[in-house]
Ligand binder design. Structure first.
Ligand SMILES: NC(=O)c1ccc[n+]([C@@H]2O[C@H](COP(=O)([O-])OP(=O)(O)OC[C@H]3O[C@@H](n4cnc5c(N)ncnc54)[C@H](O)[C@@H]3O)[C@@H](O)[C@H]2O)c1
Length: 276
C-alpha cells in the first residue's frame, strides 16, 4: 500500500529537478499526476529551463510506475492555460487531492539580473504563478469533499534575506519567495474548515539544473560573501547541496496522512540554514 494510493496530484514545473522527483515518487506511492512546465528558456535567466524532452522523460518515468499522467507545456504566468491543465486533468482522472506549486526560476546571475525584467519575471512566475496554479485547483479540492494538501515551494530565501546583492533579480526571488508565505497563511485559514491543508516548504540549496550550472558557479565566485552565506551548518551530500529526493521526502510527509495536522507552516528542509 502506497502513501498516495488512489490520489491525484497537480504539480507545476515537473519536467525536471524537484518537480520531476515529486511526480515520480507520488506515482510510486500510487497517485496519478497532472502537471505542466514551460519547457522553453526565459530571457531573464542565464541557464536553460526545461525542454520538451525533459517533460517527455518525466511522463515516461511516471508511466513506468503504472500510474497515469496528464502533463503538457504551459506557462505559470498564463492563468487561462494553467486553468485548462488542471480542469482537463481532473476531467480525465476524476478527482484532485494534492497541489504542488513548484515551478520557479533564478534570475539572479549575469547582467540580466540588473534589469527590471528580472524583478518582473521573478514576481510573475513565483508569486503570480503560484496564485495561478493554486487558485484554479481549489474548487477541485473542495468538490471532492475529502480535504487535501497544498504545498508551495518557497526557499530559505523566503525566510531570510542573506542572499541579496541588491539587484532586481535577486530581490524578485527573495520577495516572491516571502510573498507566497502570505498566500499560504491566507489559504490555510480559508480552507482549514474543509480539511484542506496548506504549507510552504523552504529548501536550502538543491542540486538541480537551477543551481548546477555555469552561471550560478560564476555568481558565487563573484560574490564570495553570498557563497559563505549559503553554507549549511549540517553536513549534507558531497557537493554541499540537498538532492531533489531529500525535498520530496518532506513533501511526502506533508501530503500524506502522517502530516494530517500540519497546516499553515513554513516547513524548512534546510540543514540548519535558517537557524543562524
Ligand atoms: N535548486 C535550489 O537550490 C532551490 C533551493 C530552494 C528553492 N528552490 C525552488 O524549488 C523549485 C524547483 O526548482 P528546482 O531546484 O527543481 O529547479 P529546476 O530549474 O530544475 O526546476 C524548475 C522547473 O520550473 C520550470 N519553470 C520555470 N518557469 C516556469 C513557468 N513560468 N511556468 C512553468 N514552469 C516553469 C522549469 O522549466 C523547470 O523545469 C523552484 O521554485 C525553486 O525556486 C530551489
Amino acid at each position: 500500500m502506497g502513501l498516495a494510493d488512489g490520489k491525484v496530484a497537480f504539480i507545476s514545473g515537473l519536467a525536471r529537478g524537484q518537480g520531476r522527483s515529486h511526480a515520480v515518487r507520488l506515482a510510486e506511492e500510487g497517485a496519478d499526476i497532472i502537471g505542466f512546465d514551460i519547457c522553453h528558456d526565459e530571457p531573464s535567466v542565464e541557464y536553460p529551463l526545461a525542454t520538451p524532452d525533459d517533460l517527455d522523460e518525466t511522463i515516461a518515468l511516471v508511466e513506468k510506475t503504472g500510474q497515469r499522467i496528464h502533463a503538457v507545456q504551459a506557462d505559470a504566468r498564463d492563468a487561462d492555460a494553467v486553468q485548462k491543465v488542471v480542469d482537463d486533468g481532473v476531467a480525465e482522472f476524476g478527482r484532485l487531492d494534492i497541489v504542488l506549486a513548484n515551478a520557479g526560476i533564478m534570475a539572479i546571475t549575469g547582467q540580466q539580473r540588473l534589469m527590471p525584467d528580472a524583478w518582473h519575471a521573478g514576481i510573475d512566475i513565483m508569486l503570480k504563478g503560484v496564485y495561478n496554479t493554486v487558485n484554479p485547483a481549489i474548487p477541485h479540492l473542495r468538490a471532492g469533499g475529502r480535504g487535501g494538501s497544498i504545498v508551495i515551494t518557497s526557499s530559505t530565501a523566503g525566510l531570510v534575506g542573506g542572499m541579496s546583492d541588491g539587484s532586481p533579480g535577486v530581490l524578485g526571488y527573495i520577495a516572491s519567495k516571502h510573498g507566497v508565505v502570505g498566500l499560504m497563511r491566507a489559504w490555510t485559514l480559508l480552507l482549514a474548515p474543509e480539511g484542506i491543508r496548506v504549507n510552504t516548504i523552504h529548501p536550502t540549496g538543491v542540486a538541480s539544473p537551477m543551481v548546477v550550472n555555469e552561471a550560478f558557479g560564476r555568481f558565487v565566485q563573484e560574490f564570495p560573501q553570498i557563497a559563505e552565506n549559503l553554507q549549511n551548518p549540517l553536513p549534507v551530500h558531497d557537493n554541499g547541496m540537498l538532492l531533489p529526493e531529500d525535498v520530496t521526502n518532506t513533501i511526502m510527509h506533508l501530503v500524506s496522512d502522517a502530516g494530517q495536522y500540519t497546516t499553515g507552516q513554513t516547513v524548512v528542509v534546510d540543514a540548519g540554514f535558517t537557524a543562524r
